[in-house]
Every structure is written in C-alpha cells, then in structure tokens.
Design a protein around this ligand. Structure first.
Ligand code: SAM
Length: 451
C-alpha cells in the first residue's frame, strides 16, 4: 500500500479530485490510501484562524507554524516511520517525471503540505519538510493544485495502479522524449487522414514511425530535452538523417491553387511528366509514349485537365474525367459499389521538388471537390499494383479497393490495374477549409506524390 496524506485548507476539493477514475479505483483495491487533513482542525483558537501578519511588515498573511506542525504530528503518530514530507512551493525544485519515479519507487508514504496566502512560516519548513517542489515557474493561489498534480503523477507509477508498466513507459518524459502524435477512429475526419503507416499492422514500421515523430517533436518543442538525448544508435542516426532530409524540403510557396490547364502550362507539365515517368515507367504504370503532350491537349479540349499552382508556378497536374471508363465494367475479383455516374482521376503527378509536401493530398481533395461540383457522388481511380505510393495516397483519403480492371495499353505493356473508389459527401464549409489546409506530412510512407 502507498500512503499519501495531504495537509490543506480545502480537503474536500482535493479529496474529491483524487478519488475519481484510476486513483479512485486503486484506493478501492487497497493499492493506494489518500487522506486529506484540514489544517484548521489543528488550531487552538476558537476562530480556527491559521494565519497571521508577516513579521517585518508587508501585505498578506502567513500560515502559522503551529497548526501546521500539530497537523503534521498527528499524521506522523499514525505511522511507524516518519513520512517523507513535501512542501509545495514556487521556491521549490521544478517537478519532473524523474521526481515522480523517485517518489513512487523510493518512498511509501508522502505528506504533501499545501501553502496558502503569502506562504508558510519558515520554521515549520525547517523542522518538518524534506523537500520543496514547485509545479513550474508561476505562482498559484494555494498548493492544492500542485499537491494534486504531484499525487497523481506519483500514484500512477505505483505498481498495480495502472494495468501494465507499458501504460507509462511509452509516454512523454519517460525516456527524455515527448510522445508521438496519437490517432483514433475514424481514419478520415474533416478531410484529415491518419498517417497511412498506422493502419498497416506492421508493428516494426509503426514503432519506427513513432520514434521518428517523438524525436521530431522533442527537437522542435523542447530543445532542452533534445540535447540531452543519446541518439548514437545506428537506428536513431538513420531516423535523424531522414528527418534532416525531410525538414530541409522547402515549404510550398503560397498560395496553392487549382485551375483548369491553359495552353501555356504544357511546357511546365512536360517537365513534371518526365520526372514522373522516371519513376513510373520502371514499375510499368506509364511507358515512353504514354502519357504524351497530345493526351493532355485532348484532356484540355474536353475541359478535364487541371493544374495545381504553388505561388503561381505549376506544381502538379491531373485529369478528372466524367466519361465512363470502358475497362471498368469488366471489373474482376470484386465489384463497384454503385452504377451511378462517377468521375475518374487520370494522368496525375506532382513536381519532384514537392514530393512529401502535401501537394498530392491537396490534389485528391481538389478532385473530390470538382467531382461534387459536377454533381457526381462517386470518384474512381485505377493504378498499377506496384504503384504503392498512389495506393497509399488514395487509401489515406478514404478510397477503397474494389477489384482488378484492364486498361487500354499497347502490347507489350501490362494492362492490369487495381481499382479503387470513394463515395463523396458534400462537405460542410469548415470541412472544405480543412482540406485546403491539409498539413504536409513528414512521413515518407504516407506522402507520395507520383501517380
Ligand atoms: C500565493 S502562493 C505564495 C507565493 C509566495 N509568496 C512566493 O512568492 O513564493 C501560496 C501558496 O501556493 C502554493 N504555490 C504557489 N505557486 C506554486 C507553484 N508554482 N508550485 C507549487 N506550489 C505553489 C504554495 O504552497 C504557496 O505557499
């Protein structure tokens, strides 16, 4: 059993908070015993006054040593061993997770003394207090919030309070790092998708992603903690190299806009096309003669070709066709969810320099917006089974695999494609805003821009 006694002028408030939830259940199971004590009950005067003017003058009042001492002594007489006594004070050492560990594992009984008014008579501190703990570099009205924070942080580390040590070992400050971002269902919320890696079921990959995010957060938010970390392992060095590369990517020039392609865009598009072909020809998605400038020219004539511009320059393109796709009716190994009219995403790519910037996410969001604006509720897309980047991107946006289709490509190219679809819903105005502001992901596995 771990014992905590709290000396306070507000025992009911403190007791109520600490008997809720996990700490409450641990007390019911006799793992913890938390008691609160009204300091006023230990005065010898009728008015139960516990404070008086400070010697030397000045504003406010000081908690007197005697009622504090009598309260503390009463607690001590109930136990064999003198308890470890802590005075909560802005003058104390700032509380950390290391202190929580130390107090949970090296002590079995704490007395927490809450000050009030201007503070506490120093003689009580000198006689009874083993250490002074501060919650941070600010001043509270009383020590209660600090005592509750210390009690909570200590108690959850007491063996048996949480179901498993893993519950606290992966948390912020355990090993000097801040925790990685957490996500729960649904996988797509307000147009914001979870990082794809989290739904792969690949535990090694997920652990790696989490460590990388923890390193990044700690470095960005707490350089003081970051500089104390030992990151000499090969695995960490590799993660740091990756982070370095990702962070050195320039941010997308603003504004990022989507508009129908103009004649003058074709030269810029051809540069992006060549970059994309270098990646997509080897996996068999595109070939040396497809797509060609002429394909984009016909898309433009039908008004189906769009560019994404970043700070005015073309950063990517796509075609959004509303023509039914001939090969789609003969889908195998599955079926489409609906035979209602649909839009299809074709021939899209993002400039190499913007890979991983979130521009591909924006592109998918624009496809959805444009399809809905044309009254279409279904969006389809096919891709080569080896095009993991595209599959990762569309799955992240809620597209679902529907089966296999064959596309029209000349011999000897591979016509087999995997087919995906998504049912679109008219977004509320704030949802649209979310899509526009979709953040760039720092995760390689979830931000691939070549299709
Ligand atoms: C208004 S404060 C007194 C501040 C004191 N006059 C000073 O300047 O250091 C009253 C009580 O609140 C508690 N308290 C205030 N700030 C705190 C902090 N940062 N951490 C822990 N306890 C704090 C202490 O118990 C303190 O005695």
């Amino acid at each position: 059993m771990y014992y905590i006694d709290i000396m306070t002028l507000f025992p009911d408030t403190v007791g109520d908070v600490l008997s809720e939830s996990i700490l409450g259940r641990a007390q019911e199971r006799d793992i913890l015993h938390i008691d609160t004590h009204q300091i006023r009950d230990y005065t010898l005067n009728k008015q139960k006054q516990v404070d008086d003017y400070p010697y030397g003058g000045g504003r406010g009042a000081v908690l007197q040593a005697d009622p504090l001492y009598r309260c503390w002594e009463h607690i001590c007489t109930r136990y064999e061993k003198r308890p470890h006594t802590i005075f909560l004070s802005p003058c104390g050492k700032t509380f950390t997770q290391e202190d929580a560990k130390r107090l949970a594992w090296e002590q079995t009984h704490l007395v927490l003394v809450c000050g009030h008014y201007e503070g506490v008579d120093q003689r009580f501190i000198d006689e009874c207090v083993d250490e002074e703990i501060s919650l941070g570099d600010f001043v509270l009205t009383g020590g209660e919030i600090a005592a509750m924070a210390v009690a909570d942080a200590v108690c959850r580390l007491v063996p048996g309070v949480l179901s498993d040590a893993e519950c606290f070992e992966n948390e912020s400050h355990w090993d000097g790092l801040l925790e990685y971002p957490q996500y729960s269902r649904p996988s797509l919320w307000h147009g914001r998708a979870i990082p794809e890696v989290l739904s792969t079921g690949d535990h090694a990959k997920i652990a790696r992603w989490r460590r990388k995010q923890s390193l990044l957060r700690t470095r960005q938010r707490r350089p003081d903690l970051y500089e104390k970390l030992d990151l000499s392992s090969k695995a960490d060095q590799k993660l740091l190299d990756e982070l370095e590369r990702e962070l050195s990517r320039p941010p997308l020039p603003q504004p990022v806009e989507c508009r129908p392609t103009r004649e003058g865009d074709l030269n810029d598009m051809e540069i992006i096309l060549a970059q994309a072909k270098a990646l997509l020809i080897p996996i068999g998605q595109w070939n040396s003669s497809y797509p060609a400038r002429e394909d984009f020219e016909s898309d433009m004539t039908r008004g189906e070709c769009y560019v994404l511009t970043c700070g005015g320059a073309v950063g990517g393109f796509f075609t959004l066709s509303t023509q039914p796709e001939t090969g789609y009716d003969a889908i195998t190994d599955g079926k489409w969810s609906s035979d209602q009219p649909y839009a299809v995403i074709h021939r899209c790519a993002v400039a190499q320099q913007w890979h991983g910037s979130g521009l591909a996410d924006r592109m998918i969001a624009e496809c959805e917006r444009l399809a809905l604006a044309q009254g279409l509720e279904w969006l389809r897309v096919d891709t080569h089974r080896k095009n993991k980047a595209m599959q990762s991107l569309i799955r992240r946006h809620g597209f679902q695999y529907r089966g296999n289709v064959l596309v029209d490509v000349p011999h000897p190219y591979d016509p087999r494609r995997v087919a995906y679809e998504k049912r679109l819903r008219h977004p509320a105005s704030n949802v649209k805003k979310d899509l526009r502001g979709l953040p760039a992901s720092l995760d390689n596995s979830s931000s691939n821009d070549i299709i």
